[in-house]
Ligand binder design. Structure first.
Ligand code: DGJ
Length: 722
C-alpha cells in the first residue's frame, strides 16, 4: 500500500515517575520508536514521524525509521533485530500486522507482531515501572511456517538513544579484577561487545551506560541497559542516519541454538533499562530499586545481612576438623554471625584436581561427617553455610567414572579442561536429578542455611551429551535456573550466593534465584574500591559479598591497615576471610570493633540510596542514606598519597542547599598512624561534631584531613534544620 494511502497511526505512551516512552503505531508495521527519555506530560503528542521527514536524494522511495523490531525486509540498512532464515529462504522479514495487548494499562503491554510472508510471530513485552523508572523488555519468536526456522540473532530489545549520546561506559575485566570501566566515544562506527564464555563472564558485563555532554555522577541525562542473562551475550550501538542511535542487546546464539521447528518458540532474556536526569547516581538508584523489588528472600523480606567468616583464604583445601572448629570459636568471639565452610570438604577434594561431582563429606578429613562442625557453629550462635560447585565435574571423581557422557563434550574431540574440570550437562535430566538429590541430602541432613554456589570455568565445546553435537550454552543456563528454582522450592529457608571464580556470574537473572554475589576473588581493599564502584552502577550494596582479608593480600601482595580493609568491606555485605586465630589480641579487638560498627550501620548501608563520587587529590567517596539525604553515612577513601599541600574540600552535591547539617566524624584516624597532622576542625569534628550549611558543603565542600594513602575518613551528616 503506498504511504499516502495508509490510515493514520496511533500512539502508545508509557510514563514512569521521571521517564517516558512513546511509540507510533502505523498499521501493518512494527511500531516506530519515537521517544525514550525524561518524563513527558501525560498529554504529550507528536506529529506522525514520516510527515516530518523529507526524503533524501538517492534513497528508497519509502521512509523507514527505527522501529521496535528493525528488520531487513522493510528496507532497513542498519543492524537487524532478527537474523533468521528457513533453509536459505525467508531471510528478509517484515512485520505486516501489529496487535497491542495491554497487561496493565499505561504501564505494560505486549506487541504481537506478525510477518505473514515469512510466517513468524514476534511477541515483544514492554513494561515501565513507575516506582523505579526501569523499563523491562523481552522478545519471543514463534515459527508459524512449515519448515524449520534458523534464528541466528534475535535482539531482546532495540532501544533508541538520542543524538546527544556521546560516550558509552562498559565493563571489561578478568579473574581478580572485575568491573574495569571502559569508556568509548560513540561515532558513526559500530560499537559492539560480545561474550562467548558461556557464563555472564568476568570480562564483558552484559550492559552499559551511555552518557550525554555535561552529565556527571550527580546530574545530567544518562541511559543504562542490562541483559538479565547468565550466558553468552552481545550488544551493539549503531549510529543511524537521522542522527540518533539504536542499542540492541540480546543473547549470542551459537550456530544451531536458535533452530525452531514448526510451532516452536524462542524467548529471549529480559533487558532492564533506565534513564535518569540525575546522572550516574540517579541511574544506579533506579537499578537498585528494581533489583530490590525482584530479590526473592526466604520469608519474603531481607534479614539484616549477617557477618560471614569464609574459610577459603584461611585454609584453602587443608581442612582439619579441630582447626576448623577452633576458627569457628575465634570467629564467634569477634562477632561473626554465619560461618561458611568453603571448598575442600567433600569426597577426594585435596586440591583442585579431583572431587567435583562427589557431593558427600570426605570422611578421611571429617571422620564423623560435618554434623559435629555444624552443631559447634550453631552452638556458638552462628549459622552454618557450605560451598558447592554443582555444575562441574573433575575427571578424577566417582561421578565422572560412572557417567563420563554427562560432561558437555563433542564426540571425537579431546575434552578441554579448565581448572582441571569439565562442565556437566545439567540439562540432561538424570544429571540434574543427581545434583538435586545430592544437594537435598546435604540440606536435609545438616542445618545449612546458606550455599555458596560456585562455577569456576568458562564453557567451551559445550555440546550436549550423547555425541549429538549440538551447542548447549543456552540450555545449560536455563537448566541452572531450573535447578536453583527446584532447590529453592524444596528448601525455601536457604540463602544462596552466586560465585563464579569471584564475579563471573553477576546479573539480574541469577539474582532471581540467589541473594548474594561474590564480587571478586581479589579482596585487596584498594582493588576492591574500584571493583565495587563498577558493581554499584547496577547492583545495590547489600548483595555484594565483601570481605576483610589478610595483609598482605593473597592476590596482590599489597598490605593495608585493618581500618582500610574493614571500611571498604563494610560498604557491602561484610565478611571476614582470614584465620582469626592468627591475629594478636589487639587486632582481634579491633576487628570486633569494626564488626560492631558494621552491625550498627548495616541497616543504613543496605537500604536507601548510594551516592558515589570522586574528589580531587585521589579521593573516592560513597555515601549511604535516605533518598532525601537527611541522614548520610559518608566513606571517603584515599586511594593514593596526597599530591597537594592542602587537599581541596570534598563537595557533596546531593545535600540540600537550604538545610543545615550536623557533621560528625565517626572513627578516629590516628589509631594506625593514618592521620599525618592534626587540625582543630578535625578535633572538633571527632569530639562533638560541627554544624555546617548544606549549600557550603555542596558548593565549597567538607574539609578533608591530611591522611596517609589507603585510609578511610568516615563521617555522618545529619540534617538538623529546617
Ligand atoms: C573460587 C571462589 O571465588 C573462591 O572464593 C573459592 O570459593 C574458590 N573458588 C574455591 O575453589
Amino acid at each position: 500500500m503506498p504511504a499516502h494511502a495508509r490510515p493514520p497511526a496511533t500512539f502508545i505512551a508509557l510514563h514512569g515517575t521521571h521517564s517516558s516512552l512513546l511509540l507510533e503505531c502505523p498499521p501493518h508495521e512494527a511500531p516506530l520508536w519515537r521517544y525514550w527519555g525524561p518524563r513527558l506530560p501525560d498529554s504529550a503528542a507528536a506529529p506522525a514521524l514520516r510527515a516530518t521527514r523529507a526524503l533524501p536524494s538517492f534513497m528508497l522511495d519509502f521512509d523507514q525509521p527505527l522501529t521496535v523490531l528493525p528488520s531487513f525486509g522493510v528496507g532497513w540498512f542498519g543492524q537487524s533485530a532478527l537474523l533468521a532464515h528457513r533453509n536459505g529462504q525467508d531471510f528478509a522479514q517484515a512485520i505486516t500486522a501489529c496487535e497491542i495487548e495491554w497487561l496493565t494499562p499505561g504501564q505494560s503491554l505486549v506487541l504481537h507482531l506478525n510477518d505473514a510472508v515469512a510466517q513468524l510471530r514476534i511477541d515483544l513485552r514492554l513494561s515501565l515501572d513507575p516506582a523505579s523508572d526501569v523499563l523491562t523488555l523481552q522478545t519471543g519468536i514463534t515459527n508459524l511456517g512449515a519448515g524449520a526456522l534458523d534464528v541466528q540473532w534475535l535482539a531482546a530489545a532495540t532501544l533508541p538513544l538520542p543524538g546527544q549520546a556521546t560516550q558509552v561506559r562498559s565493563y571489561a575485566g578478568q579473574h581478580n579484577h572485575e568491573f574495569m570501566l571502559q569508556t568509548d566515544t560513540l561515532s558513526r562506527s559500530l560499537w559492539r561487545r560480545e561474550n562467548r564464555r558461556g557464563r555472564t563472564s568476568h570480562d564483558c558485563f552484559p550492559g552499559a551506560v551511555v552518557t550525554t555532554p555535561g552529565s556527571t555522577e550527580h546530574s545530567g541525562l544518562v541511559f543504562g541497559a542490562h541483559l538479565a542473562w547468565s550466558g553468552n551475550h552481545q550488544q551493539s550501538i549503531e549510529w543511524l542516519h537521522d542522527g540518533q542511535y539504536q542499542w540492541q542487546l540480546g543473547e549470542w546464539l551459537a550456530p544451531g541454538e536458535g533452530l525452531l521447528q514448526p510451532g516452536e518458540h524462542l524467548l529471549t532474556p529480559e533487558v532492564v533499562a533506565s534513564c535518569s536526569m540525575q546522572g550516574l547516581n540517579g541511574l544506579a538508584a533506579n537499578f537498585h530499586r528494581e533489583l530490590r523489588a525482584r530479590l526473592n528472600w526466604p520469608g519474603g523480606t531481607m534479614r539484616p545481612r549477617p557477618v560471614h567468616l569464609n574459610t577459603w583464604e584461611a585454609f584453602y583445601f587443608d581442612l582439619e576438623p579441630t582447626d576448623v572448629m577452633a576458627l569457628a570459636s575465634a570467629a564467634a568471639e569477634v562477632g561473626i554471625e554465619r560461618f561458611v565452610l568453603d571448598d575442600g570438604w567433600f569426597q577426594g577434594r585435596h586440591n583442585d584436581r579431583a572431587g567435583l561431582g562427589d557431593w558427600w563429606t570426605d570422611t578421611g578429613k571429617f571422620p564423623d561427617g560435618l554434623a559435629p562442625l555444624a552443631s559447634h557453629v550453631n552452638a556458638l550462635g552462628m549459622e552454618f553455610g557450605l560451598w558447592v560447585e554443582p555444575e562441574m565435574v573433575n575427571p578424577d571423581s566417582d561421578l565422572f567414572r560412572a557417567h563420563p557422557d554427562w560432561a558437555l563434550q563433542i564426540a571425537g574431540r579431546a575434552l578441554i579442561t579448565g581448572r582441571h574440570q569439565l562442565v556437566l550437562n545439567i540439562a540432561h535430566p538424570p544429571a540434574a536429578d543427581y545434583l538435586f538429590e545430592k544437594l537435598s541430602a546435604l540440606l536435609h541432613s545438616l542445618p545449612i542455611r546458606y550455599l555458596k554456589w560456585d562455577h569456576n570455568r568458562d564453557l567451551t565445546t559445550a555440546a550436549l551429551a550423547g555425541g549429538v553435537g549440538t551447542a548447549g550454552y543456552r540450555v545449560q543456563v536455563l537448566a541452572v535456573y531450573a535447578l536453583l528454582a527446584r532447590l529453592r522450592e524444596a528448601h525455601p529457608g536457604v540463602e544462596i550466593e552466586s560465585c563464579s571464580g569471584g564475579g563471573g556470574r553477576i546479573d539480574f537473572a541469577m539474582l532471581r534465584h540467589t541473594h548474594r554475589v561474590w564480587g571478586s576473588d581479589c579482596i585487596d581493599a584498594l582493588s576492591r574500591v574500584d571493583i565495587q564502584r563498577g558493581f554499584g552502577q547496577f547492583f545495590p550494596p547489600e548483595i555484594l559479598g565483601s570481605h576483610i582479608g589478610t595483609a598482605p593480600a593473597h592476590t596482590t601482595g599489597r598490605s593495608q591497615s585493618l581500618a582500610f580493609r574493614a571500611a571498604v568491606a563494610m560498604t557491602g555485605h561484610l565478611g571476614v576471610e582470614l584465620d582469626v586465630r592468627l591475629l594478636s589480641a589487639t587486632m582481634r579487638e579491633q576487628l570486633g570493633a569494626w564488626i560492631g560498627r558494621y552491625k550498627a550501620w548495616r541497616e543504613q548501608i543496605h537500604h536507601g540510596q548510594v551516592w558515589r563520587g570522586e574528589g580531587a587529590d585521589s579521593l573516592v567517596w560513597q555515601a549511604h542514606g535516605d533518598p532525601e539525604a537527611n541522614n548520610i553515612l559518608l566513606f571517603v577513601f584515599r586511594t593514593a598519597p596526597s599530591s597537594h599541600r592542602y587537599t581541596p574540600p570534598l563537595q557533596l552535591p546531593m545535600l540540600d542547599a537550604r538545610a543545615r547539617y550536623r557533621v560528625q566524624q565517626l572513627v578516629a584516624m590516628d589509631g594506625d598512624g593514618a592521620l599525618q597532622s592534626p587540625a582543630p576542625f578535625f578535633s572538633e569534628l571527632l569530639a562533638s561534631g560541627v554544624d555546617m550549611d548544606g549549600a557550603w558543603l555542596a558548593q565549597t565542600g567538607l574539609p578533608m584531613p591530611r591522611a596517609t594513602a589507603e585510609t578511610c575518613f568516615i563521617v555522618r551528616l545529619q540534617r538538623i534544620e529546617p
